[in-house]
Design a protein around this ligand. Structure first.
Ligand SMILES: C[S@@+](CC[C@H](N)C(=O)[O-])C[C@H]1O[C@@H](n2cnc3c(N)ncnc32)[C@H](O)[C@@H]1O
Length: 285
């Protein structure tokens, strides 16, 4: 008899699963509806932050996004989750914000946040790949990231959506997890050590969530929906953006621990490993 796998709830996607982008996205929709429970617990904090004119974005994101006041008629936030980061763009000066997400439960939360803050926001329930065409050419800012790309299973179609949403003067800003971050973890002394993660492994199916992020939910791990994540390589991401015709202005790697997933690493060891990356681009025509 063979031993059961060490973490039975993490496995490579089967070939049949990996071939069906829409089925993987539908599974992710169900999993994120479950995980919305954690975002709901942040609601009061989010209302207070947005009402106070604050922003949940990192300083590095503020630098990338730049001044929006008087310059951004519409910002579109793809994979907006509960809307806290979307409404941060409003506080940063976007005249109108639109959030797109596949999870209706996340968008219910975003709608509650709008009611509580009076923000000029619209929420659209959609797979990012199907973002409505009537938004094409209207975004002075398209923003996405902070754990977004990993859930998508067709980067060429995604990049085409990013490009078609941009207005002629629009800018795309991506700030997301660096795929190399999964290759490293803290050892017992808080120094970086290599994990056995396969950088080129393709989509992975899992149940359960990292304690530093979503953690335990009301639904027991075994009863949760399977979800499909893929740590696209930086080469795959940049190639997809170029393939869509976007003009890349900057691609930058950062040591910023965007989800507090590496707090066990000693402070003096941080800064040596890329944990996030950013892209700034325009429509390129
Ligand atoms: C980690 S969250 C993004 C975090 C976000 N930056 C925030 O405000 O915290 C990932 C989001 O992507 C959404 N999502 C996953 N797959 C999607 C898809 N194919 N189309 C649209 N949204 C998707 C999930 O519902 C979830 O809200």
């Amino acid at each position: 008899m063979t031993d059961p796998p060490a973490t039975p709830n993490v496995r490579p996607a089967t070939a049949a699963e990996a071939a069906d982008v829409r089925a993987m996205h539908a599974a992710n929709r169900a999993a994120w509806n479950e995980a919305a429970e954690r975002y709901e617990s942040w609601y009061d904090e989010a209302v207070a932050l947005i009402r106070a004119g604050g922003s949940n974005l990192f300083p590095v994101e503020h630098d990338l996004i730049g001044e929006l006041r008087g310059r951004c008629r519409r910002a579109i936030h793809l994979q907006c989750a509960g809307g806290r980061d979307t409404l941060s763009l409003w506080n940063l000066g976007a005249a109108e914000v639109i959030g797109v997400d596949i999870s209706p439960r996340m968008l219910e939360l975003a709608a509650r946040l709008t009611t509580a803050t009076g923000a000029p926001a619209r929420w659209i329930e959609s797979d990012v790949l199907d973002t409505p065409r009537d938004l094409d050419g209207t975004a002075d800012l398209v923003y996405t990231g902070r754990g977004a790309i990993i859930w998508l299973q067709d980067l060429d179609s995604w990049a085409a959506v990013l490009r078609r949403l941009l207005s002629p003067v629009g800018r795309l800003v991506i700030f997301d997890g660096h795929p190399a971050e999964w290759l490293f973890d803290a050892d017992d002394e808080g120094r970086w050590m290599a994990t056995d993660y396969d950088y080129f492994g393709g989509p992975e199916a899992s149940k359960g969530w990292a304690p530093a992020y979503i953690d335990h939910l009301a639904i027991a791990e075994d009863d949760q929906s399977w979800k499909f994540a893929r740590a696209w390589t930086l080469g795959e991401i940049v190639t997809a953006l170029l393939g869509a015709g976007l003009k890349l202005e900057r691609v930058t790697e950062h040591p910023v621990d965007w989800w507090a997933g590496h707090l066990d690493v000693r402070p003096e060891e941080r800064g040596r490993v890329p944990l996030s990356f950013s892209v700034v681009a325009t429509r390129g025509d």
